[in-house]
Design a protein. Sequence first.
Length: 47
Amino acid sequence: MNNLEIITEFGTFVLIGGVATAHVILPFAGFLDCWNARSYQKNLKKN
């Protein structure tokens, strides 16, 4: 294996890992955002 092949393999791995991580983190962050917005609105109604 030459260096270019190693770099390409590694780059592909990082890219796939990054996409997979984004697919896990983004929905979770969106869920937290919705939850925060809801509790924020509830607190506003209380006051």
